[in-house]
Design a protein. Structure first.
Length: 481
C-alpha cells in the first residue's frame, strides 16, 4: 500500500502550504516594514513640528514646553530648555543628550538621556535646535508606540500563520483529491490493460482540462492498439487457414502419388500440382511482406516524378484482353497536360492494376468500366467505376481489413490482400481513397492526390496519414467492385 507522504496529494498539499506560508511571510514583512516606517515618519514629523513651534517665540518657550508635556499626563513626551552654558531652564529633560546635533533633525538617542523623576532613557527619538541667542530647545518622543506596533504585528503573524497553514493543507488535500481519484482510477485501468484486457479504457471526465485531454488521447491510442492487436490475431488465423489448405492438399497429393503413381508422367503431374500449391503459399507470404514493407514507408526513398496518366493507361491496356473476353468496355477519360505526382511508379501501377482487375472480375458480361483522371483545383482525382452488383453497405466497414472476403466470394480464388495493398500504397503517398456507389449500379473508387501549391506537383505531406473510407473494397473478394 502506498504511504501517504509519497502520494501526489501529500506533495501538492505540502507545496501549497509552503507556498502559502512563504507568501504570508512576505506579505507580513511588507506590512510590518510599511507600518513601522509610517509610525517613524509620523513621530519624526511630530517632533520636528513641535520643536519649530516651541523655539519660534522665546517668550513662549516655557509655556509651550509645559503644554507639550501636558502636566505629566503624556508619559511618552519629553522636552528641555537650556541656557547657552547648558544650564537646565525648563522641561523634564535635565541635560542636553550627548552627541545630538543642534540642527533640528530627528535622531535616535545615542546614549542615556537624563529625565527628571525617572531613570535615564535610551529609547527616545530626539531633536535639538539652537537659537540665535545660544539657548537650546530639545524635544523627544518615546518609541514605545512603534515597539508596541511591532509586537502586535508579530503576535498577529504568529496567531494567523498556523491556522493559515492548516487551511492551506486542507485546501490542498481537497483540491488534489479529485486528481487523486482520477489517478487511482487510471492506475486501475492501466493495470487491467497490462493484464491483457485491451477493452479497458481510462475514465474520461466531463471537463476539458489537461488531464481529460491526456485521457482522451490515451483512450484513442488504446482503441488503435486494440484494433491492431485484433487485426494481428485475425491475420494470424487467416494465414494459418490459407496456408493449411494448400499444404494439406500437397501432402495428400504426394502421399497418393507415392502409393498409386504407376509412371513417371503421373509423378511429374503430382509434382507440378504441388509446386502450384507451394507457389500459392509463397504468394501469400510475399503479399504480406510487401504490404508490411509499404506500411513502414521504406519505399519513400525511391520516390520520383510519376505520370499518373501513363500509369492508368498502361494498367488499363494490361486488362483490355480480359475485358474483351467478357465483352466489357473500358472507357477512359484522362485530362491532358496533368502535372506529375511524387511517388513510386511500380507501387502506383500495382495499386491501379488491382482496382481494374477487381472491376473486370465482378463486372457482368457486356458491362462497362469507366476510368477517369481529372484535375480539380489543387487536386488530381482518379475514378474507377463499374456497373457490377456493388458492395452491400454492411460489408463496406470491413473490406479494407486484411484477408477479408465478402460473403458471395468467400469460396473464390484470392486471399483478401488485394485492396489491403492498394490502401497501403495510398497511405504511403498520403493520398485519400474512398468507396462510393456508382450510378445506377456498381461501385466507384476515388483516389484524391493533393498537389503542391508552389510547383503543381503532388507530393506527400509528411506526418499526415491517408484517409481511407470504411467502404474500401477488396481486389478479388468484394463483388461488384
Amino acid at each position: 500500500m502506498t504511504r501517504f507522504p509519497s502520494t501526489t496529494a501529500f506533495r501538492w498539499s505540502f507545496a501549497i502550504a509552503l507556498w502559502t506560508a512563504t507568501a504570508s511571510l512576505i506579505l507580513f514583512a511588507f506590512i510590518f516594514w510599511q507600518t513601522t516606517s509610517l509610525e517613524r515618519r509620523e513621530n519624526d514629523e511630530t517632533i520636528e513640528r513641535q520643536l519649530a513651534y516651541i523655539a519660534a517665540d522665546p517668550t513662549e518657550i516655557v509655556p509651550r514646553i509645559q503644554d507639550w508635556l501636558g502636566g505629566g499626563i503624556h508619559a511618552d513626551r519629553f522636552a528641555g530648555y537650556f541656557a547657552p552654558d547648558g544650564r537646565h531652564l525648563a522641561g523634564n529633560i535635565t541635560a542636553i543628550p550627548s552627541g545630538l546635533k543642534r540642527n533640528g533633525q530627528v535622531r535616535d538617542s545615542t546614549g542615556p538621556v537624563s529625565v527628571s523623576h525617572s531613570e535615564p532613557r535610551d529609547d527616545l527619538l530626539c531633536a535639538a535646535l539652537q537659537r540665535a541667542d545660544g539657548h537650546v530647545v530639545v524635544v523627544a518622543l518615546s518609541d514605545d508606540d512603534i515597539e508596541r506596533a511591532k509586537d502586535a504585528m508579530i503576535r498577529t503573524l504568529g496567531l494567523a500563520l498556523i491556522p493559515m497553514i492548516l487551511l492551506s493543507v486542507i485546501g490542498g488535500i481537497v483540491l488534489s483529491s479529485r486528481a487523486r481519484r482520477k489517478l487511482v482510477a487510471t492506475e486501475g485501468a492501466v493495470a487491467a490493460v497490462m493484464r491483457g484486457d485491451l477493452g479497458q479504457r481510462l475514465p474520461a471526465g466531463a471537463g476539458r482540462d489537461e488531464f481529460d485531454r491526456l485521457t482522451a488521447n490515451v483512450n484513442t491510442m488504446l482503441d488503435r492498439i486494440e484494433i491492431l492487436v485484433d487485426e494481428v490475431r485475425s491475420v494470424g488465423d487467416a494465414i494459418a487457414h490459407d496456408l493449411r489448405t494448400p499444404l494439406t492438399r500437397l501432402r495428400a497429393r504426394l502421399e497418393r502419388s507415392r502409393d498409386e503413381a504407376t509412371s513417371v508422367e503421373e509423378l511429374r503431374q503430382a509434382i507440378d500440382r504441388g509446386l502450384e500449391w507451394l507457389d500459392q503459399c509463397l504468394g501469400l507470404i510475399t503479399a504480406i511482406l510487401r504490404i508490411g514493407e509499404i506500411e513502414h514507408g521504406r519505399r519513400r526513398a525511391g520516390f520520383r516524378d510519376v505520370s499518373l496518366a501513363d500509369c492508368l493507361t498502361e494498367a488499363a491496356e494490361v486488362y483490355d484482353p480480359l475485358a474483351e473476353a467478357k465483352r466489357i468496355r473500358i472507357d477512359r477519360a484522362i485530362d491532358e497536360g496533368l502535372p506529375p505526382i511524387w511517388g513510386d511508379r511500380e507501387l502506383l501501377f500495382e495499386a491501379l492494376a488491382n482496382l481494374i482487375d477487381n472491376a473486370v472480375k465482378f463486372t457482368p458480361v457486356g458491362g462497362r468500366i469507366h476510368l477517369s483522371l481529372r484535375r480539380y483545383g489543387d487536386e488530381l482525382e482518379i475514378g474507377i467505376d463499374d456497373n457490377g452488383a456493388g458492395i452491400p453497405l454492411a460489408e463496406r466497414s470491413h473490406v479494407f481489413q486484411r484477408f477479408y472476403r465478402a460473403e458471395p466470394e468467400r469460396h473464390s480464388r484470392g486471399n483478401g490482400l488485394g485492396l489491403s495493398l492498394v490502401a497501403a500504397v495510398v497511405a504511403l503517398h498520403d493520398f485519400t481513397i474512398t468507396l462510393e456507389d456508382a450510378v445506377p449500379t456498381g461501385c466507384r473508387f476515388r483516389i484524391v492526390c493533393p498537389l503542391d501549391g508552389a510547383t503543381g506537383t503532388a507530393r506527400p505531406r509528411a506526418g499526415e496519414p491517408a484517409l481511407v473510407s470504411a467502404g474500401v473494397a477488396d481486389q478479388a473478394e468484394a463483388p461488384g467492385s
